[in-house]
Write a new protein. Sequence first.
Length: 305
Amino acid sequence: MSALILHHYAMSPFSEKIRAMLGYAQLDWQSVITREMPPRPLLSPLAGGYRKIPVAQIGADIFCDSRTIAAEIARLSGRPELALEQCPARQRAYVGEVDLQVFFACVMLAGTPTMRRKFRQSLSLPDMARFIWDRLNMGRTAAFKPLSGRAARSRVEAHLDSVDNLLEQDFLFGPQPTHADFSTYHSLWFLRDLAESPLLEQHPQTLAWMDRIKAFGHGRRHEISAEQALEMARQASPRSIPSAQRRDQRIGQPMQVTPVDYRQTPTTGTLVGVTANSWILARQQAEVGTVHVHFPQQGFALDPA
């Protein structure tokens, strides 16, 4: 079995991006279901102040953001096309737009009666109130302004036309899927599979492509508890960091990493590794000992703690 543990919840779009990648890679993985919003008392010892989902774990190494998780899936499966940094510049620019602007436009359009019903079924009334309040507070600190309903619809319709035009082969950029396919899929999955929006009905080519992605499944999933995941981190040591990743002048200094989109609570620790695409913080926690938390550089800020 793969050592990869995914902390996620069913209706999380970015979790679906990773679950679909795991299906394509045909990996065994371990699933920990977590809450839709903080507090997450059994996840915070691992990820610190980071509040987004999914989070991945391999022993005492913790991976925040779908880009770093995708890179680990690429490494474990021998499929480099799943790592965004291995994709051509055109695809990287495309993913940057789709994961932010298109994603939030899709979320704006997903408030259908079906989605509201599923939302009510998945959360208790107190948790529903907490979720709405949590997302409102996130919106107040966001670094961008949400689109109006009309503007969001225009943005998504233009995106669907673009996807149709890209599908000259089975997948967006060729005969095999890349990171770009899974980044495109999860927002449209949120609209089609969860919200059951009719917006995609005029795009049969895109729907057929979505069905190809969906047919990969989610890999071989094994449920474990959050307590078991903590124990695995406690029993492990973070993997060694090559000397080439320890040459930055800030190595050994207390630092904090914060997402730039929502300006959320930072994760603090000691900087122990810098790669071309990521930062690694060491955190000492009473519950688990030392963990290394990996963040992508794109979309995150690194500052002195």
